[in-house]
Design a protein around this ligand. Structure first.
Ligand code: HEC
Length: 182
């Protein structure tokens, strides 16, 4: 007698989307609707978890990126979905349930950190059509193409909150050195 029984067990689905699902990002002025922002929240958390402290670290490597080459690579590797100008109207875009990000949308551009977005460009976003470019373009290529994609949104999303415009001065301790800067 075989024990093979015919009733399939229904496993409770252990989905990956439970993470940030309860967080209704308060994106009032953002016209995308809650689901989308909820998804982005989840993606963001995954990135933060993966990158740790690095998530918010400034992307100094950008200085070494080649924008012109990035533009070329973008047309080859990204425009099919994100569109030639990055607004998300590439020929493949229509096929997706979730549309390619509008890379010219500054809200999006600022939503993830620079390192977070570079990570996205390198390895893609799981569960979405967004592919990773690392295999195809390599380290420098991904950086170049990201630098270009980043430039599409106009103002750089880098230091928004804790902008280190003024390096923190440590002048505590009561020893009056007497050299106040004015
Ligand atoms: C097969 C279609 C496809 C291709 C090719 C593609 N993307 Fe995407 N991309 C998407 C989709 C879809 C999303 C939105 C994913 C989501 O729902 O989170 C996305 C999201 C992104 C994001 C995150 C959103 C944001 O505003 O920060 C970045 C950055 C990005 N893509 C850059 C690129 C770059 C650079 C390339 C080329 C190397 C590229 N993508 C190629 C489909 C694509």
């Amino acid at each position: 007698m075989s024990e093979a029984d015919s009733h399939e067990k229904e496993q409770p689905e252990v989905g990956g989307h439970a993470l940030g699902a309860h967080d209704h990002a308060s994106g009032g002025e953002h016209a995308h609707g809650g689901g989308h922002m909820g998804h982005m929240e989840t993606v963001k958390r995954a990135l933060q978890k993966k990158l740790g402290d690095q998530y918010d670290a400034p992307l100094a490597e950008l200085k070494g990126a080649n924008l012109a080459r990035g533009k070329e690579l973008f047309q080859k590797s990204c425009a099919s979905c994100h569109g030639k100008t990055g607004v998300g109207d590439g020929p493949n875009a229509a096929a997706f349930a979730s549309p390619p990000a509008d890379l010219t949308d500054a809200h999006h551009a600022r939503y993830y950190s620079d390192r977070g977005r570079l990570e996205i460009v390198r390895y893609g976003i799981e569960g979405t059509p967004m592919p990773g470019a690392m295999k195809e373009l390599g380290e420098q290529g991904t950086l170049d193409v990201y630098a270009f994609a980043r430039s599409l949104a106009g103002s750089p999303p880098a230091a928004s909150e804790k902008s280190p415009a003024e390096p923190p001065k440590k002048k505590k301790g009561g020893h009056g050195h007497g050299n106040h800067p004015h």
